[in-house]
Design a protein around this ligand. Structure first.
Ligand code: FAD
Length: 571
C-alpha cells in the first residue's frame, strides 16, 4: 500500500471483515484495524434463525472467527466493543467509544489513511403505539438477540407474533412454530415475502399454514398493549393477538447516522458510492447494507441487504484501496436471494413484476412447472418458475422459483444468465448437466428458453391469470384438461373439450365463441399451448393460460372458493 498506511474498517461482519482479510492478503505491512460495536465479529447473521430453532445447536458455531484467530492468521487488529461515534473527515480520524468488560467507557481518536464503512443496517422500528414500551418485542439481528429468543422459546413461551413476513420474519416464524409455539405472522403487504410475485408467494403461504403458522396479510399492527402475563397486539382489522414474545422484522434501514452527520453523502439514509465503493469523502469507501446501489434491471437506486453483495463488495473495495489501478468495479447486485420454508425453497433474482411495472418496462411473464428431474425417476417434484423477459427482444429481466428440490440450481443459472445479459432464447442453448436423478434432457431452464422464444416469435400467445376478471367477461374460456381433472374445479362458464378431442370438435368451439376470443387453459400450460396451436391454425383468436391452473390457483389464492366453480363429478 503506498498512500494508505493505516486502514480502518468500521463493522466487523460481512462486508467489513471481507475487506480487512483481503487487504491483508494484498499488503503484509498495512496496519489494519477493524472496529466493531458489538461483542462479536465475523458472526453468521444468516445462521441466527437456525440457532433459535435449534438446528444449529451451539451459539459458538455462529462465530465464524474470533479476534484472536484473526490476529493469528491475518494479523488483523480486531477490536470488538469499539463503536465509532464520530468522524472528522478533514482530520481523517474517527472517534471511538470503547466499552470495557465492567461496563465503563472511554473515547479514543483513531486516525486513518483509508476508511472503509460497513456498518450494516438496523431493524426498522415503525411508529406502533406501545412498541417502545413493551419488553416482549425482540429483533433478530445479532448473536445476543438469537440467544435471547431461544431462551424465551425454551423457557416456555406459548404464543408468538412475528411482525413482517420478509425473509427473516418467515424464517423466525418457522423456527418458533417448530418449537411448538403458537405463531402468528403479520404482513402489511398482500402476500408473504413481498419481493416475490404473488404466484410464487402463495405456495409459501400454504406451506407456512401447514407448519401451523397463522398467516395474516394486508394488515398491520396498530398497537401493543403491555400486560402482566403477556402483551396484546392489536391489528388494523381489530384482531387482538396475545403474545408472550413479539419478533419485529418489518425491514431494515442503513445504520449510517454518524457518517451522514459527518458529511458523507447519503440518499434516504444509504451511503452513496461509485462503482469502486468510493463515497463523497476523500479516502472513505463504503460497502454492504448501508450503501445505495442501482438496480441493474430497472435503474432504481436502493440499498440491497444481502450477504453475498456485501462480501463481494468488501473484497473489491480492499482491492481498490490497495491497488486501485487493477481493481474491478463492483457489479450492482441483482438481489438474488433464497429462503427455506418447511419443505419448500423460494428464490428470486432480478426484477419482480411490481418493480418492472413501476419502471414502465414492457415485458412478458412466463410460468412453467417442470419437474426438477426426469418424471419417471422416483422423487420427481415440480419447480414452479416465473420468468420476466423484455417485450421485443426477450432480454432476461427477473426470475423466481419455488419448489421442494432444484430451486437453488435453477435460480443460480438464471442469475448467471441475467448477469451475462442473456436473452431468453439463449437459454435453449445452455448445455446443462443431465442424468435422470439430477435434471431433464430438456432442463427446466432450456424449457424457459423454448417457451420464451415461442412467445417472442408469435408461435405462442399467452394470457395471464391476473387477467381472469377481464377474460371471464370478454372471452370464451376453453378448458382442455381431462374429465377427471375437472373434478378439482374450473373457471365458471368454461367450455370443456379435452385437448385430445379438440381437432374433431373445433366446430363446437366456433359455435360457443359468439365472436369472442378463445382463452385456453389446462393444468400447467403445456396442453393449452398445443390446443392454442390447433386453434390459431384453424383461424381462431386464441391464447394459452401461462402456467395453467397451477398458476391461476396461486394467483387467486384464498379467493379460489369464490372465483372458481366447485369441483365437478366426471361426465
Ligand atoms: P453486517 O454484516 O450487519 O455488519 C455490520 C456491523 O457493523 C455490525 O456488526 C454492527 O454492529 C457494526 N457497526 C455498525 N455501526 C457501527 C459503528 N458505528 N461502529 C462500530 N461498528 C458498527 N443475507 C443473505 O444473503 N442470505 C441470508 O440467508 C440472510 N439471512 C439473514 C438472517 C438474519 C437474521 C439477518 C439479520 C441477516 C441476514 N442476511 C442474509 C443479511 C446479511 O446478513 C447482511 O446483508 C450482511 O450481513 C450485510 O453485511 P454488512 O457488512 O453490510 O453488515
Amino acid at each position: 500500500m503506498s498512500e494508505a498506511k493505516r486502514l480502518v474498517v468500521v463493522g466487523g461482519v460481512a462486508g467489513g471483515m471481507s475487506c480487512a482479510a483481503r487487504a491483508r492478503r494484498l499488503d503484509e505491512n498495512a496496519h489494519i484495524i477493524v472496529l466493531e460495536r458489538g461483542q462479536h465479529v465475523s458472526f453468521a447473521n444468516c445462521g441466527l434463525p437456525y440457532y433459535v430453532g435449534g438446528e444449529i445447536a451451539d451459539s459458538d458455531d455462529l462465530l465464524v472467527q474470533t479476534p484472536t484467530k484473526l490476529r493469528e492468521s491475518l494479523n488483523l487488529d480486531v477490536r470488538p466493543s469499539h463503536e465509532v461515534i464520530g468522524l472528522d473527515l478533514a482530520a481523517r480520524q474517527v472517534s471511538v467509544r470503547i466499552t470495557a468488560a465492567d461496563g465503563g467507557a472511554r473515547v479514543e481518536q483513531i486516525g486513518y489513511d483509508a476508511l472503509v464503512l460497513s456498518p450494516g443496517a438496523l431493524a426498522f422500528r415503525p411508529p406502533i403505539q406501545g412498541l417502545e414500551q413493551s419488553t416482549r418485542v425482540h429483533t433478530l439481528r445479532s448473536v445476543p438477540d438469537a440467544i435471547r429468543l431461544r431462551e424465551l422459546a425454551e423457557a416456555g413461551a406459548q404464543r408468538a407474533v412475528v411482525l413482517g413476513a420478509g425473509f427473516i420474519g418467515v424464517e423466525a416464524a418457522e423456527v418458533l412454530a417448530q418449537r411448538g409455539i403458537s405463531t402468528t405472522l403479520v404482513e402489511f403487504a398482500a402476500h408473504v415475502l413481498p419481493p416475490l410475485d404473488e404466484e410464487v408467494a402463495w405456495p409459501v403461504t400454504q406451506q407456512l399454514r401447514r407448519l401451523g403458522i397463522d398467516v395474516r396479510t394486508s394488515v398491520t399492527a396498530d398497537q401493543i398493549l403491555a400486560g402482566a402475563q403477556s402483551d396484546t397486539v392489536v391489528l388494523s382489522d381489530g384482531t387482538r393477538l396475545e403474545a408472550d414474545l413479539i419478533v419485529l422484522s418489518v425491514g431494515v434501514r442503513p445504520d449510517t447516522a454518524v457518517f451522514e452527520q459527518a458529511g458523507v453523502a447519503c440518499e434516504r439514509g444509504a451511503i452513496v458510492v461509485d462503482e469502486h465503493g468510493r463515497t463523497s469523502a476523500e479516502a472513505v469507501w463504503a460497502v454492504g447494507d448501508a450503501t445505495l446501489s442501482t438496480d441493474p434491471v430497472t435503474g432504481v437506486r436502493r440499498p440491497v441487504a444481502l450477504a453475498g453483495p456485501a462480501n463481494r463488495a468488501g473484497r473489491l473495495v480492499a482491492d481498490h484501496v490497495m491497488r486501485p489501478e487493477t481493481a474491478r468495479p463492483i457489479a450492482a447486485p441483482l438481489g438474488t436471494a433464497i429462503v427455506r420454508v418447511g419443505e419448500l425453497a423460494a428464490a428470486m433474482t432480478g426484477a419482480n413484476r411490481a418493480s418492472l411495472e413501476q419502471a414502465g418496462v414492457a415485458f412478458h411473464t412466463l410460468h412453467l412447472h417442470p419437474n426438477q428431474h426426469a418424471g419417471y425417476f422416483p422423487g420427481a417434484t415440480p419447480v414452479h418458475l416465473v420468468v420476466h423477459v423484455r417485450a421485443g427482444d426477450g432480454l432476461l429481466l427477473g426470475a423466481q422459483a419455488v419448489g421442494e428440490q432444484g430451486v437453488d440450481k435453477r435460480i443460480d443459472v438464471l442469475a448467471t444468465a441475467l448477469r451475462a445479459g442473456m436473452h431468453v432464447a439463449d437459454l435453449i442453448d445452455l448445455d446443462l448437466a443431465y442424468a435422470p436423478p439430477y435434471g431433464q434432457a430438456k432442463d427446466p431452464i432450456n424449457l424457459v428458453g423454448m417457451v420464451g422464444s415461442n412467445v417472442l416469435d408469435g408461435t405462442l400467445a399467452l394470457w395471464q391469470a391476473r387477467e381472469l376478471d377481464h377474460v371471464l367477461h370478454h372471452c370464451l374460456i376453453l378448458d382442455v384438461r381431462t374429465d377427471q381433472e375437472l373434478t378439482a374445479g374450473t373457471v365458471p362458464g368454461a367450455l370443456h373439450i379435452p385437448h385430445t378431442q379438440l381437432r374433431s370438435r373445433l366446430d363446437e368451439v366456433a359455435q360457443a365463441t359468439e365472436g369472442r376470443p378463445v382463452r385456453v387453459l389446462c393444468a400447467s400450460g403445456v396442453r393449452s399451448a398445443l390446443a392454442h396451436r390447433m386453434l390459431v391454425q384453424a383461424g381462431f383468436d386464441s391464447a394459452s393460460l401461462s402456467g395453467g391452473m397451477h398458476t391461476l390457483r396461486a394467483v387467486v389464492g384464498d379467493r379460489a372458493g369464490e372465483l372458481l366453480t366447485a369441483p365437478q363429478a366426471p361426465a
